[in-house]
Design a protein around this ligand. Structure first.
Ligand code: SF4
Length: 236
């Protein structure tokens, strides 16, 4: 584990993982100063997997430069009514139930919508086939959670092209959180004035009723409900 999130490792494999850099966890061995010998020894001891599973290729790499390269085509498809809406389905995955919402949302998003993904939650559904709209893949993966920056650049460029504010774009943000980094990203989005974010699968415990009121009143932040309800409300 290097710079991204770590959750409490199961006892079963606690001895098989290592941390380095910024990440650490009680009871997990930490590699310092590049001294990887214990990790290499453990890897050799474990012996690896007896065989590989068949691979599946997926298209990645839609950071803002790549998407903005085809911005004109995307804008023309929006103007022609061939792309009705963009859904940014981003955020964390986790083990608790309720996270199927995001897969179901992607599956039920209408065929004339484009799904932008970023961060860990997408691994549940990014191997599904979403097809394309006149050559633009319906699922465009922007990258990791840290690439929320890229998503904002894409949104800002679209807003400029359509001469509207960020909140008036045909774009809905459907986010999942798991830990503090995702919360910091959410705060960045709020700081940029982004409204109408749907957040789940539950609201963070530290959101007190008073804070929730501010988030709802000022940013219209909404907890997710059911996919059918939320899609209906968004597309209305
Ligand atoms: S998406 Fe969430 S769990 Fe994954 S690296 Fe980012 S903050 Fe961590």
């Amino acid at each position: 584990m290097t710079t991204n999130c770590i959750q409490r490792p199961s006892e079963k494999y606690r001895a098989n993982i290592f941390t380095t850099g910024l990440v650490a966890f009680p009871g997990v061995r930490h590699v310092k100063h590049g001294k990887y010998a214990p990790l290499i020894e453990k890897s050799l001891e474990l012996g690896g997997f007896p065989s590989d599973l068949p691979g599946k290729e997926i298209l990645v790499g839609f950071g803002h430069d790549a998407v903005l390269d085809v911005a004109e085509k995307v804008i023309n498809l929006v103007k022609a009514g061939k792309i009705r809406r963009f859904f940014l389905i981003g955020g964390c995955d986790g083990a608790k139930s309720g996270r199927n919402y995001y897969t179901e949302f992607a599956e039920k998003a209408p065929a004339d919508s484009v799904i932008l993904t970023l961060a860990c939650g997408k691994y549940r559904f990014n191997k599904l086939d979403f097809g394309d709209i006149e050559g633009i893949p319906r699922l465009l993966d922007i990258g990791q959670c840290n690439d929320a920056y890229s998503a904002i650049q894409i949104a800002a460029a679209l807003a400029k092209a359509f001469n509207v504010g960020l909140n008036n774009l045909p774009l809905s943000l459907i986010l999942s959180w798991y830990e503090q980094k995702a919360v910091v990203i959410l705060l960045s989005l709020l700081y940029l004035g982004i409204k109408n974010i749907r957040l789940g699968p539950t609201l963070p415990n530290f959101i007190t009723p008073g804070v929730l009121k501010v988030l709802v009143d000022k940013y219209n932040l909404m907890p997710i409900t059911s996919v059918d309800n939320d899609l209906k409300a968004i597309l209305a």
